[in-house]
Design a binder for this molecule. Structure first.
Ligand code: NAD
Length: 383
């Protein structure tokens, strides 16, 4: 079985790589041949020679690599041109942004590719070591706090000096999922006073165990959907939260927003008026910038100054820490690959929840109802 490691588009800011040499070595089996697209590890500071030492062969010609593989491993969704290079019947494992770009999924199905979407790994304890959304969200949460601290014209920790006492910074984290909890932990380590809010009441104890205060708002409606994800809340509940949140936002030096609802535009939690209510010099880091942003004035991919408040809208923070992001993602993808392969071939037991949920195209079929709906195709297959 030929397993190819793709080179990401480093020029446009994707520095991660799907597999690292240590895992090439660990995955080694007599009939597995690892092929590396030349310079694939460059963005993560891994020279081709390290992959060669681990047993991989380097292929300089992109078309040759992509068109001669059984399984292709990638981080970011492939381009249309790349998909057109893949041989019929081959397997692709990558983030695929299925709800954001359903046309790509259609192309993969039309090209008879068996595609596994890393976004769709179930959030269960059995699949935890394959959960790339979590491994990458943790990195984003950590880095968001560092960006916030670097942009804030103040200290984070309390300092007692001969020249006077410095009061600690106040950080407000909105959305306490994987990224939010890591942001809370990081801000606490830097010595800030931290508050957090989430519409899922179950996270209260996790927030408190990290030393932050949980802002409780009774929304009067069910906020948890299948799989423990948040539901989109009603306009009335949104208004109710905004009234309470306005005060907390105004009192914060740094606001980190991470709120997302799968498949939907991110909810607006910080309006332009709320930003205007913050002290000049304050900072907002909006981790939902890719999904439209939690802050009304966020400009995705840019740092802007709005009424004296710095609003940062990063779109790919994991890629800004490529060494550890690649290490963790590689572990996720290697675990999935080992799980999928039986008798030297990809096993498609659709009774298995990990395979059923993650495999998005097979034998010319799109296997996700939500993608089919987005494409205006009716469906019988359930994902
Ligand atoms: P996410 O990225 O989808 O959303 C981030 C957070 O935003 C969530 O905590 C969500 O509740 C919150 N949110 C959504 N709308 C909001 C609003 N209007 N106001 C405030 N907050 C809002 O979430 P995630 O980090 O991917 O985690 C999703 C779920 O999956 C969680 O329940 C998490 O505990 C669970 N999870 C389970 C496992 C596992 O069991 N292996 C692993 C990872 C995550």
């Amino acid at each position: 079985m030929k397993i190819a490691i793709a080179r990401e588009a480093i020029e446009v800011g994707e520095r991660r790589v799907a597999l690292i040499p240590a895992l090439v070595k660990r995955l080694a089996q007599p009939d597995w041949y690892f092929l590396l697209e030349a310079n694939a590890g460059e963005g993560s500071f891994i020279p081709d020679a390290d992959y060669v030492d681990a047993g991989a062969a380097v292929v300089a010609d992109k078309a040759e690599l992509w068109s001669n593989t059984d399984v292709l491993l990638k981080v970011a969704p492939p381009s249309r041109d790349e998909v057109n290079l893949l041989p019929e019947g081959s397997t692709l494992i990558s983030f695929l942004n299925p709800l954001g770009d359903p046309e790509l999924i259609k192309l993969l199905a039309d090209r008879q590719i068996t595609a596994f979407s890393m976004e769709l790994i179930p959030r269960t304890s059995r699949a935890q070591s394959m959960d790339a959304l979590s491994s990458q969200a943790g990195i984003a949460g950590y880095k968001a706090v560092l960006l916030g601290a670097a942009a804030l014209p103040k200290f984070f920790p309390m300092l007692t000096t001969a020249a006077g006492t410095i009061r600690p910074a106040k950080v407000f984290v909105m959305g306490a999922g994987v990224a939010g909890l890591q942001a809370i932990a990081t801000a606490r380590r830097l010595g800030a006073i931290v508050e957090a809010f989430d519409i899922r009441p179950a996270v209260k104890e996790e927030v408190q165990s990290l030393g932050a205060k949980f802002v409780e708002i009774d929304l009067g409606e069910d906020t948890v959907a299948a799989g423990g994800y948040a539901k989109e809340v009603s306009a009335a509940a949104q208004q109710k939260t905004q009234a309470v949140l306005t005060e907390h936002i105004a009192n914060s030096d740094v606001v980190i927003t991470t709120a997302q609802v799968p498949g939907k535009r991110a909810p607006i939690l910080v309006t332009a008026a709320m930003v205007e209510g913050m002290a000049p010099g304050s900072v907002i880091v909006d981790l939902a910038a890719n999904q439209g942003g939690n802050c009304e004035v966020t400009d995705p991919g840019k740092d802007i100054n709005y009424h004296g408040v710095t609003v940062i809208g990063p779109t790919n923070l994991p890629s800004s820490m490529p060494v550890h992001a690649s290490q963790l993602y590689a572990k996720n993808i290697a675990t999935l690959l080992q799980y999928l392969v039986k008798d030297n071939a990809i096993n498609l037991d659709f009774e298995d929840d990990i395979i059923r949920d993650t495999c998005i195209t097979h034998a010319g079929e799109i296997r996700s109802d939500r993608v089919k709906t987005a494409l205006g195709i009716s469906s019988e297959v359930q994902v």
